[in-house]
Design a protein around this ligand. Structure first.
Ligand code: SAM
Length: 475
């Protein structure tokens, strides 16, 4: 009888695993606290704004020390609130970052403003605020809510918040004004009925909105006055007491205030191709993960305070690196950009390499099949995954181009799973990096990987997904 060879559906991913297996290693120093925002909470400056998607300053110091202790020029194409930029500059580096989310830009501007103001000047401004602020007036400023933020604050809190915005407009000194603004952006969650929860805002039952099966109580909701007083006090305290004790001696002696990181607001997909070849020595970054996390919904309260309406938010979502099912393809826009910049051959090269990635094709076809069998909980997951890797292909190509010889990339990212199918983001991205000219040095994994939803765990068994830090070198 004729035997039919059946190629397993994981053949290409298994092959990739074999290719990189020797480079995958657990780094026991990479505990959750070091990698995540947790370690920043009590740190001066970086801890003002709770940006849970950020990594810790300690992590930056750890990898700089390990791979590039000699200062040069560092770059982060997904800068967030600027953890890479500011931690590195304290070690004597020049720094450049790109960030699309206005909230991150405001946090970075506030960090720079703090260099221009003394703690005593801020204390004086806080005292004036305490003397003059009247939270019960009829405010001129009004928040224009969108459906997902309506009812986020009690009437009293919303009035106080709007009065505060009015008050900020009366502050003459621009750096003090910036610091007052970051203070209010940093308390929106604690004064609201909402909790940031991955891809949406979770509502406390006290908001009186329709609630799900389980009544959610977020715990204490702060009054505006208490929250803002605490935050302003924290900011002035940090500015008066920077603890440099953990930093090396030569850094303690340096005044890095004149070393101002370059912050570029916009999409990395659009900005990177405009940066000169061989501009940077080191890239430390963490792109959005391929996990449906929606920054525009998570930061909706902050965005509407900046005047974003529903259409602006949708528009911003489309510009983000694809990581939600709503993201549409950006390929036409990218083609036009590369043509406009006279770099169409780069565009063709990027696409050719992407099309050649067999493991990627395997993931795409398996997800399509699962979709046809109605196994995925959203029909658009295959499109999201496909575009995530396509856009990351552009980013990786450009990172290689803007790095100097012997430059290093350190990238933090998680693997994901859909419909029970593991997507080895670490291997696929590292293999793309290899194709675009990098040498993959290491794929460090965190000691405890990430499971998945309890539903998926019980359906598909408890295989852990790797959380990784990839090290790529331009040789
Ligand atoms: C995982 S977070 C990085 C956090 C950062 N490491 C920090 O410590 O603050 C990913 C960031 O990428 C940003 N982002 C998403 N799409 C982008 C794009 N196309 N261009 C630039 N930044 C983008 C998000 O707004 C988010 O701040």
């Amino acid at each position: 009888m004729e035997t039919i060879e059946i190629t397993p559906k994981t053949y290409e991913r298994d092959r990739l695993y074999e290719k990189y297996e020797g480079l995958i290693e657990t780094d026991f120093n990479l505990n959750r606290t070091l990698v995540s925002y947790q370690a920043n909470k009590n740190e001066p400056f970086i801890g003002w704004f709770k940006f849970k998607e950020g990594f810790s300053q300690k992590l930056i110091r750890y990898f700089i020390d390990k791979y590039h202790p000699k200062p040069g020029h560092i770059f982060d194409p997904f800068a967030g609130i600027g953890t890479t930029l500011f931690a590195a500059r304290e070690l004597g580096w020049d720094a450049t970052g790109v960030e699309l989310l206005p909230v991150g830009i405001i946090a970075m501007e506030a960090r720079l403003a703090a260099d221009q103001v003394t703690g005593d000047e801020l204390i004086e401004a806080i005292q004036e605020f305490k003397d003059r602020f009247d939270e019960s007036r009829n405010p001129a400023f009004q928040i224009k809510h969108i459906p997902i933020t309506k009812g986020a604050y009690s009437e009293e809190t919303e009035r106080a918040l709007c009065n505060y915005i009015d008050y900020c407009e009366t502050i003459g000194e621009k750096f003090i004004k910036t610091l007052f603004k970051i203070a209010v952006f940093s308390i929106l969650e604690e004064i609201s009925f909402t909790r940031k929860d991955g891809s949406y805002l979770k509502w406390d039952y006290r908001a009186g909105r329709r609630v799900g099966k389980r009544k959610f109580n977020k715990g204490r909701i702060y009054s505006f006055k208490e929250a803002i007083d605490n935050k302003l006090t924290r900011i002035s305290r940090d500015m008066n007491s920077v603890d440099k004790s953990e930093l090396p001696l030569y850094i303690k002696m340096t005044d890095f205030k004149d070393n101002i990181p370059a912050i570029i607001q916009g999409s990395s997909l659009m900005k990177l191709p405009e940066i000169d070849d061989k501009s940077f020595d080191f890239i430390m970054t963490s792109p959005p993960y391929c996990n449906r996390y929606d920054y525009t919904r998570t930061y909706a309260l902050e965005l509407i305070l900046l005047g974003y309406d529903n259409d602006d938010i949708k528009d911003l979502r489309q510009k983000m690196l694809t990581c939600t099912v709503e993201n549409k393809e950006k390929i036409d826009m990218l083609r036009n950009l590369y043509i406009r910049l006279g770099k169409y051959s780069d565009f063709e090269e990027i696409i050719a390499v992407y099309n050649d990635n067999k493991a990627m094709q395997e993931v795409n076809s398996v997800l399509d099949e699962l979709n046809n069998r109605n196994i995925l909980n959203n029909k658009l997951i295959p499109r999201m995954v496909k575009n995530y890797f396509l856009e990351m292909a552009f980013i990786i190509f450009e990172m290689e181009r803007v790095l100097k010889h012997n430059g290093i990339v350190v990238m933090v990212n998680d693997n994901v799973r859909y419909g029970g199918e593991e997507i080895p983001v670490d291997l696929i991205l590292s293999d793309s990096a290899d194709s675009y000219g990098f040498t993959v040095r290491k794929i460090w994994t965190l000691p405890v990987g990430k499971g998945n939803s309890s539903q998926q765990m019980s359906d598909y068994g408890r295989t852990e997904l790797r959380k990784c830090v990839y090290i790529w070198e331009k040789e």
